[in-house]
Design a protein. Structure first.
Length: 472
């Protein structure tokens, strides 16, 4: 009997913020092929990561658990490849599985991909041009260099694998791009895009970090000021004022960011075309996401890490004609912990008790279970490292965001052991959607702060995390 379980095509990019996707209303670019997925499926408007940084979010997506459970709290904690992940469960259930592209969960026998029939991944961040890959093989795989542009190569590998698979068995393919991660080197085909255009600036490009906790001003991720010359492919003019540098560097880096996304969009189009041409579209769940959001000049920043909206928010669009109404939009709170249980649910496999997320299949079918979450817990562990972002945890509800910068390393690998006075922030997202005004000390919010703290601690206990000793 034919196996009619759905195929899963999981497309993930690195650092692609949803406000650079036209299906999310981008003011700065067009992504016609990604829009096909949204137009023919469901767009999730409130999908959040639980720790906005590459390696940890990837571990959460695969393992369905928070980082204090899977052990991947920072960039210095590669994932143990004996961790239970959704591809392993699907492989055991008879799925053909593969991953191509960005892995970023470690290399070598203990950290290379497992649970995949085939794989080829970039070592660490990898390169945009002529990248080296690690191909599946003994002792953690074999390194070989390739010729060409990384986004095209990852797509070719994915298409080649789809073409040689056994058509009588379902597949789960993780098609994972390096783009649009720093340092944004476009291919020849797209390097002239936007050349004489002015890209609209975000509302908060000239943020001065007043009315915030000290963490915002301390962060070293300001466009221009804290960038590397490679980010803008030029020396940064030091004679300019800070705001002038932001204005100049924003145009330089955002254009390259959008150019590398244009290549992703073209290549996703090639894969969608292949599904159409081979009759696979109907029974294939196509997912597009990115491991976290990114500041696109918002708050004057690039990078991510903060629980602030642009970094917290992940793009998530899913097409599955059998169960999802075309052009639908969901506003429920979805987390990166939900991905693994959702894929297992859709494939008819059992969801392990140890997974902490919840299947979004009912949301895909157009409903919202009455007990669906109304708040979410977030924790950034990598205190100070790379961009001087202080360690924090927090709670987001549909209206409020409560943040506690506990600002210490807590013995986390990769974090810098230098502590600061802890601080709280509260944002009323209805009154202040850009998070410019911390109202934690406003007496009008005293009661809501108490409620939010209770909810924060309830969520922490639920996911088995431990709060630090908090000051008032
Ligand atoms: Ca990332």
């Amino acid at each position: 009997m034919a196996d009619d379980r759905p195929n899963i095509l999981f497309i993930m990019t690195d650092d692609h913020a949803s406000h650079a996707m036209s299906c999310y209303g981008s003011r700065i670019n067009q992504t016609p092929n990604l829009d096909r997925i949204a137009n023919e499926g469901m767009r999730f408007d409130n999908c959040f990561c639980t720790n906005s940084i590459c390696t940890p979010s990837r571990a959460t997506i695969l393992a369905g658990t928070y980082n204090h459970i899977n052990g991947v709290t920072t960039l210095a904690t590669p994932m143990d490849n004996e961790t239970l992940t959704f591809p392993k469960i699907l492989q055991d259930a008879g799925y053909q599985t593969a991953v191509f592209g960005k892995w970023h969960l470690g290399t070598g026998p203990k950290h290379c991909p497992t649970g995949f029939d085939d794989w080829a991944v970039l070592p660490g961040q990898g390169f945009y041009h002529n990248p080296e890959f690690i191909f599946k093989g003994p002792h953690g795989g074999t390194r070989k260099s390739t010729q060409g542009y990384v986004t095209d190569i990852i797509t070719d590998m994915s298409l080649d694998w789809l073409k040689q698979r056994d058509p009588d068995k379902p597949f789960c393919l993780l098609y994972q791009h390096k783009a649009p991660h720093r340092p944004w080197f476009p291919d020849e085909k797209h390097e002239h895009l936007y050349l004489n255009e002015h890209i609209p600036e975000p509302e908060t490009l000239y943020d001065d970090y007043s009315n915030r906790a000290g963490a915002a001003a301390a962060a070293e991720m300001r466009v221009g000021t804290h960038m590397h010359p490679l980010d803008v492919k030029a020396e940064i003019p030091q004679h300019l004022s800070e705001n002038e540098r932001r204005k100049w560097a924003y145009q330089r880096y955002i254009k390259d960011y959008l150019r590398v996304i244009a290549s992703v969009d073209d290549n996703v189009g090639r894969v969608l075309d292949y599904l159409d041409e081979t009759g696979l579209s109907e029974n294939t769940i196509v997912v597009y996401t990115s491991d976290q959001g990114f500041f696109l000049g918002d708050h004057g920043w690039y990078d991510k890490r903060f629980i602030y909206e642009e970094s917290l928010r992940m793009p998530l669009i899913i097409r599955y004609p059998k169960e999802v109404q075309a052009g639908s939009v969901n506003k429920d709170m979805v987390l990166n912990t939900d991905f693994a249980p959702s894929f297992l649910d859709l494939a008819g496999a059992e969801i392990p008790e140890s997974f902490q997320g919840r299947s979004i299949r009912p949301l895909l079918q157009g409903g919202t279970p009455p007990d669906w979450r109304q708040s979410m817990y977030y924790r950034y562990w990598m205190h100070k490292a790379n961009h001087n972002v202080y360690a924090h945890y927090g709670l987001r509800t549909h209206r409020y965001k409560l943040i506690y910068y506990y600002s210490e390393a807590c013995d986390q690998p990769g974090a810098i052991d230098e502590s600061y006075e802890p601080e709280w922030e509260l944002f009323d997202l209805e009154e202040d959607p850009y998070e410019l005004n911390n109202v934690y000390h406003d007496p009008a919010y005293a009661r809501i702060i108490e409620e939010l703290k209770d909810e924060l601690h309830r969520r922490q206990a639920e996911v088995q995390d431990t709060p630090v000793e908090e000051k008032a």
